[in-house]
Design a protein around this ligand. Structure first.
Ligand SMILES: Nc1ncnc2c1ncn2[C@@H]1O[C@H](COP(=O)(O)OP(=O)(O)OP(=O)(O)O)[C@@H](O)[C@H]1O
Length: 558
């Protein structure tokens, strides 16, 4: 991605990004939440740059696995999909996901788009009928190559046996697009990110592409193949087109032309590495066949793992996001996973690490800095700024340091190095804390006169640093950032109007009145940890409370 300057000018071309459309075989888990949180951070960052963003997420609802899951719950596939899709939407709400469009592949408008697309590919001569026999993983909804399977034909991802299946299906001529795909991957080196995943994709393509079946004779819960109602369209062929259907406006006639005119091609498909082949090989070939533009980038991130295995619905080894949210709150969950897991690589969850990171960074480095400073301002300056931040900080090193770190954070966000962006912002917090400790304004106030004046300038300088942190961290911790902003005396509307340009030094003005100091982030107490109000809780009393409760813990004042 670019390193061009972060301007707030509105670009005509929207930034369109997508999460995977999650398969509704079971409710969402922390892995599904991870992709969506990351996409949300990117969407929020792009909006801060002044871009028009179309952020698409949704659910993939057809196929054999869904019909089986519905039967197991004694309901119809549609009822099952309604329930699980709703669970995704509720979780996204709790996680502060700012999506613009939630697409469900059982939506009738999507069916129209799939049928039109299928007919285009058919007219191109890229669909034919043939018998196929192969090993099928129902959990991947994919025929597998024997070479990629474990002992006894077990799927390496789901650890379940693949079954031999023989069907008469419609096939897509993927092999026809081998050369074109090789050329695209060579010419557009950032089409697949991170770079090591591009090598993976190049390997698959160079090994030779085989046509794949795009219909199922044995699956009823799906979109009927045009002109052959005995077969339904393969769930992946159908699901990928959800990214197109999502662009249709409310009430608009469901045609490809209408959908494509509202933002195609996608700027970024953000996916887990498990579905890279579908997005970086099958999907571009399908689009080329239909004569549609290709997405600009496919980013395959790593897995959240448990005992080294991918956390997933089929394996059932998942971490429940609702529990984490209940206990720690949305900002903590978002921050931990985006800061802790280097974006692109795998990462493991540990509660101890979660608590340590979140307490150290959000409660101490940021929350405590703001709270201490506001406490001093209240005590010594009636919570009112005596100087503009621009005039308070003429040529101090902190100001230059902050400027450099903000620019680093911006470049990291642009390059999707989300963890490094968090790190740069936290360095701003460290610099602010160091400034506070070195200048010790509490003792300058005691000296009075010119020293007291210097102290009140110091407070403005630190609060300006915190203001910049609030903006730069807002793609990751939107709720916490708003709490910080309102402590600085700004309204919700003022917070919502900020752009990345507002990270420039000089926002705080003399006379601005700060809010009553309240901790913006409650430190998480470990089970059995001694509480500030005295001792461990008595037996039978729940040790942790629902987060966030910022007023619960007041950090020590200097
Ligand atoms: N453990 C995980 N770590 C990171 N992302 C994950 C994880 N599990 C799922 N995802 C996200 O969800 C996408 C797959 O969605 P899907 O609905 O198929 O979930 P799943 O839990 O992987 O299902 P299954 O276990 O049945 O394969 C991945 O590409 C990724 O974006």
């Amino acid at each position: 991605m670019s390193e061009s300057s972060g301007s707030a000018s509105v670009k005509a071309e929207p930034f369109v990004l997508t999460t995977p459309l999650y398969y509704v075989n079971a409710p969402p888990h922390m892995g599904s939440a991870y992709s969506t949180i990351a996409a949300d951070a990117i969407a929020r960052f792009q909006r801060l740059l002044g871009k028009k963003v179309i952020f698409i997420t949704g659910t993939d609802e057809h196929g054999e696995k869904i019909a089986t899951a519905a039967a197991a719950h004694g309901c119809s596939p549609k009822e099952h999909c309604d329930t699980i899709s709703h669970a995704y939407q509720m979780l996204w709400k709790d996680l502060d996901i700012s999506y613009d469009k939630f697409i469900r592949t059982s939506d009738p408008v999507h069916e129209e788009i799939v049928k039109e697309f299928y007919s285009k590919v058919f007219s191109k001569g890229d669909i034919y009928c043939a018998d196929y026999e192969g090993l099928y993983c129902v959990n991947c909804e994919e025929y597998k190559d024997e070479k990629e399977l474990l002992e006894n034909n077990h799927c390496p991802m789901h650890l379940k046996p693949c079954l031999l299946r023989k069907e008469n299906n419609y096939f897509f001529s993927l092999s026809k697009y081998q050369k074109q795909l090789e050329d695209i991957l060579a010419a557009q080196s950032d089409f697949v990110q991170p770079p090591f995943r591009l090598n993976e994709v190049l390997g698959w393509v160079k090994n030779g592409l085989r046509d794949f079946s795009i219909s199922r004779a044995s699956v009823e819960w799906g979109i009927p193949v045009p002109n052959d109602n005995k077969q339904t369209i393969y769930v992946w062929f159908d699901a990928l087109l959800g990214y197109v259907s999502a662009l249709l406006k409310e009430g608009e006639e469901p045609t490809l032309q209408n959908a494509l005119s509202s933002g195609w091609p996608v700027s970024l498909h953000l996916i887990g590495k498990d579905i890279l082949r579908f997005h970086a090989v099958y999907w571009p070939a399908m689009l080329m066949s239909a004569g549609l533009d290709l997405p600009k980038m496919v980013f395959g991130h790593g897995f959240l793992t448990k005992d080294g295995m991918k956390m997933g619905k089929s394996l059932g080894n998942t971490l429940e996001p609702k529990d984490l949210l209940f206990e720690f709150g949305s900002d903590a969950v978002r921050y931990f996973f985006l800061r802790e897991v280097e974006f692109g690589n795998d990462g493991d969850y540990s509660e101890e690490r979660f608590i340590n990171i979140v307490n150290a960074h959000l409660a101490n480095t940021i929350g405590n800095l703001l709270n201490r400073t506001l406490g001093l301002l209240k005590k010594n300056c009636e919570s009112t700024l005596g100087f503009d931040s621009a005039s308070a900080a003429q040529e101090i090193p902190l100001k230059h340091n902050v400027k450099e770190l903000v620019e680093k954070a911006r470049i990291h966000y642009e390059n999707l190095s989300i963890s490094s962006a968090c790190e740069s912002v936290m360095e701003i917090g460290n610099a602010g804390n160091l400034y506070m400790d070195e200048h010790a304004p509490w003792s300058l106030f005691k000296q009075g006169g010119a020293s007291a004046e210097a102290a009140s300038k110091d407070l403005v300088i630190i609060l300006e640093t915190v203001r910049i942190i609030a903006i730069a961290l807002s793609p990751i911790t939107p709720t916490l950032s708003f709490r910080m902003y309102s402590q600085l005396g700004y309204s919700r509307a003022q917070f919502e109007a900020v752009t990345w340009d507002d990270t420039r030094w000089g926002g705080l003005k003399a006379g601005q009145v700060m809010a009553e100091p309240k901790p913006v982030f409650a430190r998480i107490e470990r089970k059995g940890e001694e509480k500030k109000d005295g001792g461990v809780p008595p037996k039978g009393v729940k040790e942790r409370k629902r987060a966030p409760q910022p007023q619960r813990v007041a950090e020590a004042q200097p």
